[in-house]
Unconditional design. Structure first.
Length: 362
């Protein structure tokens, strides 16, 4: 009988142990399943930082000198000493216009000048003689006045002839086409034998050792830029190994496009040509540290902006006030403090007060 009781007691103990084991396994399974269903979030610390504001502009490259040379006289081009792309020095002869007609006119003016000079000398001598005779009371005052008038007329004629000669000489000399400045010939539309009209373009001369870009900057950015700021240069998607400088900034917007004129100057690295489209980048740091986060971390609901902050193993909606956008960051003017932890990334949709699995952003 005692043996039967012992067997019964052992059976009861086995049943109890088995039941507890199943219960613990069930609870452990449920806990694992619950943990499996939690969303995983990656957190980031809120920090203050000095922001870098990137301002991008574009414009057309120009040489520091870019001028059109115009013909001063009309005539047939009889010689051309330079070609497209050649370098010329100031005063160097580019070509020559037929000058026979201008030479003839200059010689006529020279002859008229000599005649006027001879007449002036004669009238001057006569006036000297008449002045002496008047002192000796040998001629009347009226005679002396006539002599003075004759001298003044001869002097006026001489000055007129001199001006005509100088003008004729200038026209003759302008038959020689001389470079008005040093640089490269970027445009040369003339050919030997062609007739050239006065005020027509003979050639264009560009000095592109230094490049200047004249463009415009919007009102939202003009007050951030200062004369002397560094400018990064790129062209055709390639960064140019030179740094430009902001040379000038206009104080009134252009009519029609509301852009403020700005000029950027830089040394030509050797591959830049006048007329190329240049991309410009100005990086300006903020004056003080700001609380800023990536804009894509901000959630929006109607007219409210909020982020998810992490406290322990839960996330909570935190309303924030947005400030200025700087590149892909937005300044937070209220709602977050340095040291707060926010959701930088998450797997699954979040809600206020939700329990999550937290991982650091590392």
């Amino acid at each position: 009988m005692n043996k039967n009781r012992l067997i019964l007691l052992l059976a009861i103990i086995v049943l109890l142990v088995s039941g507890c084991s199943k219960k613990n396994n069930k609870e452990s399974g449920e806990s694992a399943n619950n943990k499996k269903n939690l969303s995983t979030v990656i957190v980031a610390d809120v920090e203050t930082k000095q922001m870098t504001r990137t301002i991008t502009l574009s414009g057309k490259a120009e040489g520091i000198l870019d001028i059109d040379m115009l013909a001063d006289i009309s005539g047939r081009l009889i010689s051309l000493n330079k070609h497209l792309g050649d370098y010329v020095k100031k005063g160097e002869e580019i070509g020559r216009i037929e000058s026979d007609q201008y030479e003839y006119t200059m010689k006529q003016a020279e002859a008229s000048l000599l005649a006027s000079e001879t007449s002036l000398v004669t009238k001057k001598m006569q006036l000297s003689a008449d002045s002496l005779l008047f002192k000796q009371q040998s001629i009347s005052e009226q005679a002396l006045l006539l002599s003075k008038n004759a001298y003044q007329g001869a002097l006026a004629s001489y000055k007129g002839a001199q001006a005509q000669y100088e003008q004729a000489e200038r026209m003759f000399n302008r038959a020689v086409l001389k470079a008005p400045a040093s640089g490269y010939i970027s445009y040369l539309p003339i050919k030997v034998g062609e007739n050239i009209n006065a005020n027509s373009v003979v050639c264009s001369i560009v000095d592109d050792q230094t490049i200047i870009v004249r463009t415009g900057i919007g009102q939202n950015y003009v007050h951030f830029v200062d004369v002397g700021d560094d400018v990064n240069i790129s062209c055709n998607g390639n960064t140019i190994p030179t740094v430009g400088k902001v040379e000038r900034i206009g104080r009134s917007a252009k009519i029609g496009d509301s852009l403020y004129p700005i000029e950027i100057k830089f040394k030509n690295p050797g591959r830049m040509l006048s007329g190329m489209i240049i991309n410009l980048e100005i990086n300006k740091k903020t004056s003080d540290d700001k609380v800023a986060i990536k804009f894509d971390k901000v959630e929006q609901r109607y007219d409210q902006n909020y982020v998810y902050v992490v406290k322990g193993d839960k996330v909570y909606e935190q309303q924030v006030t947005l400030g200025e956008m700087i590149n892909d960051f937005v300044i937070i003017t209220s709602g977050l403090n340095p040291g707060d932890k926010i959701v930088a990334d998450s797997m699954g949709k979040l809600s206020d007060g939700q329990q999550v699995i937290v991982k650091s952003n590392s």
